[in-house]
Design a protein around this ligand. Structure first.
Ligand code: PFF
Length: 458
């Protein structure tokens, strides 16, 4: 029995998720987002389809999922924010820097995520107005340029989204985060299913399925593997304190390995469903799949416009994409909010206002990277790309690396077995023993190798 356990009991005043379904909805709500509907499809399109998905799934099993379980256990054991958790488990030692870098990472992701989310929300209205109902890519490019490279319109959408998500945070963990994600997740699933049925029943849809399921391994390089690793972290919201923070709201009887597994599987299903709504349609109309980030904003509208009832499905698609971003954004904002309110003793409302205003300021530089700040570059990248590069390729993998080092090498097997089994209430010793060996050796070595090869060291 660890000496920390007596100091790790939950303070009575701390709010948490109230039901098992709520835990799954909130955690899945964090995982599902632009990652599934924007990043996963365009990265799959660019990097060889099924082969990339195969590498991505390996990264999920060996790195993303183990880090997710680690974070949830650390959060639930301490019932503290991402920084406070490490302070409790390793007092007066620098491990809490994992939490600090996590909060910074969540903040920087939000800076550009809220910008893209703003574009997606604005696209619901553009689709409804008929502005996107065209099969001519030069026209959809024009609409996208107009939506992103003016000053006030994209800023308006970004700030509006920040205001909305900030308001959900102020409502609280159970009444805000849990309630909203419990409502949004089923809606999202149904809308995606409708889009899938539409795309899969188009003549020529099978080419798109082949692309998703027939691997072409010639496109896999060190850089592609690093991208897949970054995506697996981004997808499962790990490596930046989000799952530590959400784990801190888990009930003491929650089965963590099983919850993490269910969330991972459901999240992968959503990504595949998004792929199946996009690629069959892309191939059915003979459009190129490897166009990169503009896939969602330039290619998709032309593809949807080509199909019967296209405008209607386009509105549904952008609506579901917008809803998907909400659960992810609340979980990102919650990391600094929990930190500020618990470590600096601010009220939840003050912490939320401070966080949202700071994200709006920094996030505006990401949004303006398509207009007035286009030529302001840091090491050759504009603000938007800098935030994305720093978080995807450095902060998230390195955060994940240190979390596994902490849990396996510092905290140790005994603690993992004790806390992961809810103090012996669950019969999962052999599962946790395997988990321990994976986080001790496989995950850190895989992350280090992938980081080194991604940076061209070998
Ligand atoms: N998992 C989210 C997505 O795939 O869109 C993004 C995300 C949410 C990343 C929360 C990180 C995070 F902490």
């Amino acid at each position: 029995m660890n000496s920390n356990s007596s100091s790790q009991t939950k303070p009575p005043s701390r709010e948490g998720f109230s039901t098992n379904l709520g835990v799954i909805a909130a955690t899945l709500g964090s995982a599902v987002g632009l990652g599934n509907i924007w990043k996963f499809p365009y990265m799959t399109g660019e990097n060889g389809g099924a082969a990339f998905i195969f590498v991505y799934l390996i990264c999920v099993f060996l790195c993303g999922l183990p880090v997710m379980i680690s974070e949830l256990i650390i959060g639930r054991t301490t019932h503290a924010n991402a920084v406070g958790a490490f302070k409790k488990l390793a007092p007066k030692q620098p491990w809490y820097m994992i939490g600090v870098s996590g909060a910074l990472c969540a903040f920087l992701i939000m800076a550009y995520y809220s910008c893209v989310s703003g574009w997606v929300f604005s696209y619901i209205f553009k689709a409804a107005s008929g502005a996107l109902t065209t099969t001519d890519p030069t026209k959809t490019t024009e609409v996208f340029t107009q939506a992103t490279s003016t000053i006030w319109s994209p800023l308006f959408w970004q700030w509006l989204i920040l205001f909305l998500t900030g308001s959900i945070i102020v409502m609280g963990v159970s009444k805000g985060i849990e309630r909203i994600t419990k409502t949004l997740m089923p809606i999202l699933f149904v809308l995606l299913l409708i889009c899938d049925i539409r795309a899969l029943t188009l003549p020529g849809a099978s080419e798109g399925l082949k692309f998703l399921f027939n691997p072409d391994f010639s496109k896999i390089t060190g850089g592609v593997i690093l991208a897949a690793l970054g995506l697996s972290f981004f997808k499962l919201s790990v490596g930046m304190g989000t799952m530590t923070t959400y784990g801190s709201y888990f009930r003491d009887d929650q089965n963590i390995p099983s919850t993490a597994f269910k969330v991972m599987i459901s999240d992968t299903v959503v990504s595949m469903m998004a792929g199946m709504a996009i690629f069959p349609a892309v191939f059915a109309y003979g459009v190129k799949a490897d166009v990169g980030p503009s896939l969602l904003f330039i290619t998709i509208p032309t593809v949807f416009s080509s199909m019967p009832l296209g405008t209607f499905f386009m509105i549904l698609f952008f609506l579901l994409s917008s809803l998907a971003t909400v659960g992810a954004m609340i979980s990102l904002i919650e990391v600094p909010v929990a930190y500020l309110s618990e470590e600096l003793k601010l009220t939840r409302t003050k912490a939320a206002i401070l966080t949202v205003v700071a994200i709006a300021l920094v996030g505006s530089t990401a949004t303006l990277s398509s207009s007035v700040l286009k030529d302001t570059l840091i090491a050759g990248r504009n603000f938007f790309d800098t935030y994305s590069f720093l978080t995807d390729n450095i902060l998230m993998p390195v955060g994940g690396l240190f979390i596994t080092i902490f849990i396996a090498w510092k905290w140790g097997k005994e603690n993992i077995l004790e806390k992961g089994s809810n103090y012996g209430q669950l019969d999962n010793t052999s599962l946790l023993t395997n988990f321990y060996h994976i986080v001790k050796f496989v995950t850190p070595i895989a992350i280090i190798l992938v980081l080194l090869s991604g940076f061209g060291v070998f």
